[in-house]
Design a protein around this ligand. Sequence first.
Ligand SMILES: Cc1cc2nc3c(=O)[nH]c(=O)nc-3n(C[C@H](O)[C@H](O)[C@H](O)COP(=O)(O)OP(=O)(O)OC[C@H]3O[C@@H](n4cnc5c(N)ncnc54)[C@H](O)[C@@H]3O)c2cc1C
Length: 418
Amino acid sequence: MFDKYSVFSVLREALRGHTGWKPAWRDAEPAPQYDVVIVGGGGHGLATAYYLAKHYDVGRIAVVEKGWLGNGSIGRNTTIIRSNYMLPGNIPFYEMSLKLWEGLEQDINYNAMVSQRGVLNIYHSDAQRDAYARRGNAMRLHGVDAELLDLDALKSMVPYLDYENARFPIQGALLQKRGGTVRHDAVAWGYARAADRLGVDIIQNCEVTGIKIEHGRATGVETSRGTINAGKIGLACAGNSSRVAAMAGIRLPIESHALQAFVSEALKPLIDNVITFGAGHFYISQSDKGGLVFGGDIDGYNSYASRGNLPTIEDVCEGGMALMPMIGRARLVRHWGGIMDMTMDGSPIIDKSPVEGLYLNAGWCYGGFKATPGSGWCFAHLIARDEPHEAAAAYRLDRFARGYVIDEKGVGATPNLH
Ligand SMILES: Cc1cc2nc3c(=O)[nH]c(=O)nc-3n(C[C@H](O)[C@H](O)[C@H](O)COP(=O)(O)OP(=O)(O)OC[C@H]3O[C@@H](n4cnc5c(N)ncnc54)[C@H](O)[C@@H]3O)c2cc1C
């Protein structure tokens, strides 16, 4: 049924008026029983199903999605990928993920527009430079590329920043050249198509409303389209992790917040890289269509709504103006919100749950897009083998109770205990 995408298939279809393209994946009906059911058809759920089908012999697999593929954060993020982390629990995992991005398009035969255009973290003080030098050194010790740029090097690379009159004077930047951007919704479509080709059933418009537990073991999911029995169940519900885990009686150390993204009118090519502001929460890149794509901090209150509020918009735009005042002349044409599952230490969870047969992939905060391939692979490994992949061994659920948090930058949410 499926064609391989190639220059020849594009030419063939161009000659016959694009009448021969087939649907990229089947619209599967739920079967009564699967060996593995993945809840959540976002990037992580689809990648998990793909790597399970490709590398692990686990039998029949389904991905159950309450809406349509790409409705969640996989289609709402600001598309940045990088592995410029500092702590031992994080660097090997995010570097594994970045390496998977580098070969992803060939692997899944899908153009996800992976663009390693470089990520620049700007620093504005001596103390911040020292912190970035330390981060860069930690990366290099793990074999990850990192360069500390001084002011002259940064000026020659990015001449248009406000170096003269900036409210927060710019001193230099930490550069990861292999970081960049990937077209976010293409990642969902590409993984869906590739998983479907390996026999995975992708079931959209099918909301999980309950988790069946018999004698302490998860045995299936109740859904808006009936009961689906399962040998193993993997939760990859991102912003809704705590709600779905609660169906199995599990209280996760997670709070959900909205994060907003913004796109300007299309401009001629201006920003070649991804740039993050070091004196406020603002980051920016330019899409291939010309829009400036930018974002900032999460909205400061808990919410499951995919929309944010006006004070955050003002705060993000102020951050942008402080770094590059000229963008104040561009018109903002679109913005939206997505739901972030914020853990208390800012790092994710890929682990077995306290309920046998139920596995957790959660807590991606505002950085889970870059993790998509690595997370999918490591979660598939955990589900298939019942033991953690070595790259994700630190992402245990019990670290919060034991005090072994992976507090990369103090970015965890402030717990709201009432
Ligand atoms: C504005 C914004 C900017 C971001 N920028 C970046 C960035 O630049 N770089 C980066 O690395 N990360 C970024 N992120 C974070 C990243 O997008 C997320 O961490 C990541 O996408 C979450 O994993 P996912 O793709 O599986 O989530 P999702 O796409 O949200 O997938 C979860 C799925 O679970 C489904 N689901 C929920 N409940 C149920 C249920 N009961 N039954 C069935 N299905 C259910 C949802 O419908 C959803 O489709 C950003 C996020 C946002 C919102």
